[in-house]
Design a protein around this ligand. Structure first.
Ligand code: NDP
Length: 238
């Protein structure tokens, strides 16, 4: 396992799906990972139990990570997707999605900020979504939360650039994980994706992880505040 004393990247929602793939990829590249999940279990990195929707839990997890070594990066990946028609969507359900997908992204970034500033070359990668600019039926909360991820990314990038911290939004298209496996398994959806996505298939968690791995390995100092879409060409295809 890579030495935590050389710098650590905190990955939220690292127990499965895209977050687990990111933790594995970063470790494969020789980077030390602190893997946050509610249970504390993760396939790679040093696991810490943390509910990222709970501010105190995030503060405690960041403090625990900092005791092992400097924190040089953050991947805000944990997220929730619940589809529901807008007309009958309860405020509580709207806020549950906003809380995890948007507020928690800001809170975790704010909590690691002093550590990244001290390290001098910090990088925050937020996992957004290509839904961020779309009007997707039954997805008002999810679309709003991912649009907020783009805005949080731009604002933090502008405020923190002089502190040596860059902030990016990686926005995937359909990626096959627990979050949507049942939906993507439907014949009708498969056929629609084949027509609608130029590469003709959903993406794989490992493909998102590889992009995040490159961003952390290559350290492109002039790249900040951007949303990078990774959607098999879906957004450009009409
Ligand atoms: P999964 O449902 O497969 O995994 C979600 C992860 O988030 C799990 O590791 C889960 O950990 C964690 N998580 C959920 N709630 C919390 C919480 N309160 N505190 C800490 N961790 C939590 O999702 P995906 O891998 O598909 O999605 C990951 C990210 O990618 C999300 O932000 C999602 O919006 C985004 N995305 C996904 C797309 C897709 O098509 N799959 C497309 C575009 C974006 P555990 O339950 O073990 O605690």
């Amino acid at each position: 396992m890579p030495d935590a004393r050389n710098g650590q990247i905190v990955v939220t929602g690292a127990s499965r799906g895209i977050g687990a793939a990111i933790a594995l990829e970063l470790e494969r590249r020789g980077l030390a990972v602190v893997a946050l999940s509610r249970s504390g279990a993760a396939p790679a990195g040093h696991g810490i139990a943390c509910d990222v929707a709970d501010e105190a839990s995030v503060r405690e997890a960041v403090a625990q990570a900092a005791r092992r070594g400097p924190i040089t990066g953050l991947v805000n990946n944990a997220g929730l997707h619940e589809a529901h028609p807008a007309a009958s969507l309860a405020t509580e359900a709207f806020e549950r999605t906003m809380r995890l997908n948007a507020t928690a992204v800001f809170v975790a970034a704010r909590e690691v900020y002093p550590h990244l500033k001290a390290a001098g070359d910090g990088l925050v990668v937020n996992i957004g979504s290509f839904f961020d600019k779309m009007a997707v039926p039954d997805n008002v909360a999810y679309c709003a939360s991912k649009a907020a991820v783009g805005a949080i990314t731009r604002c933090l990038a502008a405020e923190w650039a002089r502190d040596g911290i860059r902030v990016l939004d990686v926005a995937p298209g359909y990626i096959e994980t627990d979050l949507n496996r049942d939906y993507l398994a439907k014949d009708k959806v498969r056929a629609w994706l084949e027509r609608r996505v130029p590469v003709g298939r959903p993406g794989r968690p490992e493909e998102v992880a590889r992009l995040v791995g490159v961003l952390f390995s290559e350290r492109i100092g002039f790249l900040t505040g951007e949303t990078i879409y990774l959607d098999g060409g879906q957004a450009i295809h009409h």
